[in-house]
Write a protein that binds this ligand. Structure first.
Ligand code: URA
Length: 232
């Protein structure tokens, strides 16, 4: 792979920025300064830029705590999108894995890895997703049973069995776990039980949990253990 490509793939800067870096003599490969951006290197070569080791990563993975008011999209003419929460220099190739509604908050994975996104989104894989919900009216045991049996909407839409764990302290709070990702699914299932979702926060996707230290609107890279969890 060309050295300039290796450095852009490793998020060291835009193609022109890394070319300048290389031409200035700030990059070395296996201890030797290389000034030609087109030099071919291997992904396991030891590359340093400005004296710091470059970690080659083919893809990047971020955990975003999505705030309300942002679309789960890469661009939109009218609304802000979740990519607007990332600095321009990081945005290239990134997209959200799946969607949270504009008014929903919580865990959203942002990546440039299409294969991983496809795996997480594929309905065949039944990846569990859990959400904290607040409702306008207290939820009941009957609602939990209905979720578990599989809700069917009046238009015939069928949802797989889901868990509704109602808070013992406040029955307008519950954790919902679904294994599909249909449009407005949690809101529609809850509405079918005669209750309205007032607040919806995604807490987990598969084994990946929203970092409780991550403020709304903030993102961080996934750790290698977290990436591993998603790759299982
Ligand atoms: N279900 C919904 O209804 N909305 C979301 O944002 C996510 C799941």
């Amino acid at each position: 792979m060309r050295l300039d490509r290796y450095l852009t793939a490793s998020r060291m800067g835009s193609r022109s920025e890394v070319k300048n870096m290389i031409r200035k003599g700030s990059v070395s490969v296996n201890g030797i300064t290389v000034k030609d951006p087109s030099v071919n290197i291997k992904t396991d070569d030891d590359v340093t830029a400005n004296g710091r080791k470059v970690l080659y990563r083919e893809h990047v993975y971020y955990m975003l705590n999505k705030p309300a008011g942002y679309l789960s999209a890469t661009e939109d003419n009218a609304d802000r999108t979740v990519l607007d929460l990332f600095p321009a220099g990081l945005r290239k190739g990134l997209f959200p894995v799946g969607r949270l509604d504009k008014d929903s908050v919580g865990l959203l994975i942002i990546t440039d890895d299409g294969a991983m996104a496809h795996k997480l989104m594929s309905p065949k894989n039944h990846i569990a997703k859990s959400y904290l919900i607040h409702t306008d009216i207290p939820l009941s045991k009957e609602d939990s049973c209905a979720f578990s049996e599989g809700i069917v909407l009046s238009d015939g839409t069928k949802y797989r069995s889901a868990a509704l764990e109602i808070s013992a302290d406040d029955p307008t709070r519950a954790i919902v776990t679904i294994t599909e990702g249909k449009y407005h699914q949690v809101k529609r299932m809850t509405e079918r039980c005669g209750k309205k979702v007032l607040y919806l926060k995604r807490l987990s996707v598969g084994e990946l949990k929203l970092d409780p230290d991550l403020q709304e609107g903030m993102f961080r890279e996934l750790t290698s253990d977290e990436i591993e969890m998603l790759s299982k």
